[in-house]
Design a protein around this ligand. Structure first.
Ligand SMILES: NC(=O)c1ccc[n+]([C@@H]2O[C@H](COP(=O)([O-])OP(=O)(O)OC[C@H]3O[C@@H](n4cnc5c(N)ncnc54)[C@H](OP(=O)(O)O)[C@@H]3O)[C@@H](O)[C@H]2O)c1
Length: 232
């Protein structure tokens, strides 16, 4: 039997590349904020899709819960909470609505979803997509704060769910997706050094396949990625 997998933020970038990697090998429920008609062409043909805008975390969790119930899925083998968004600029000028959206979509939604999916995940694994920005990133203050929060969430859940759900967090480095432009950040020539999203998807798949990873794994800087289920 194929494993059952939920990937959020599967409509572009790393999430879309990850969905493409697992297409045909896993039963996929993919989540995104846009209507199905808008994203259908980018999704694997046999994947299920649910609209869940994480800027409204509780509603998104309810929508994903309903989609799982409609599919009759009572268990999940892997959940990848990958959806992410940011705002770039001088932190002092970031509008309150943007701060709220960044924290809601990246962090609050992940906490809400992780808690809502815990029962279905017994025996499976939860993979959070963090960022190297969690240590601080110029012009991405609230995004960096949200990703640092995700790191804390992963550490906490790893302890809470020990023996029940394996919790991992992957921290990609700069990746050539549309995220920076959506955040209003111009990457300029540095973008040539960014990892392709397909490479990040491959690294995430590798992290999923490993049973236990006890230490941070670093890749060459231009692919800067770290995988930490736990680092004490
Ligand atoms: N790119 C990088 O350099 C980099 C580095 C470190 C970590 N990351 C992390 O990697 C993950 C994937 O990002 P990416 O680079 O692949 O960017 P991306 O191409 O913009 O993909 C982000 C995904 O999240 C979705 N999303 C954004 N806001 C959402 C919301 N409110 N509700 C539901 N879904 C939402 C996007 O939907 P749409 O397709 O509709 O936009 C898209 O599917 C994110 O968690 C990001 O923080 C990225």
């Amino acid at each position: 039997m194929k494993s059952r997998m939920l990937i959020t933020g599967a409509t572009s970038g790393i999430g879309a590349a990850l969905a493409a990697r697992y297409a045909g090998r896993a039963d996929l429920l993919l989540a995104g904020r846009r209507p199905y008609e808008e994203v259908a062409a980018t999704l694997p043909a046999d994947a299920h899709y649910v609209v869940a805008d994480q800027s409204e975390p509780e509603r998104a969790a309810a929508q994903i819960g309903k989609a799982l119930a409609d599919l009759g899925w009572e268990t999940l083998d892997v959940v990848v909470l990958n959806a992410g968004t940011g705002w770039s600029g001088d932190p002092a000028t970031e509008p309150a609505a943007s701060i709220r959206n960044t924290l809601d979509a990246n962090l609050f939604a992940a906490v809400t979803l992780a808690h809502a999916l815990a029962a279905l995940l017994e025996g499976g694994q939860l993979v959070l997509v963090g960022s190297t920005a969690r240590r601080g990133a110029p012009r991405f203050a609230s995004y960096a704060a949200a990703k640092a929060g995700l790191d804390g969430l992963a550490r906490a859940l790893s302890e809470e769910w020990r023996g029940k759900v394996r919790v991992k967090i992957v921290h990609p480095g700069p990746t050539a997706t549309g995220m920076h432009a959506k955040a209003g950040f111009h990457t300029g020539r540095a973008r040539a050094l960014f990892a392709p999203p397909e490479m990040m998807a491959r690294l995430i798949e590798r992290a999923i396949a490993r049973r236990r990873i006890r230490r941070t794994i670093s890749f060459p800087q231009y692919l800067a990625a770290a995988v930490t289920p736990w680092r004490r």
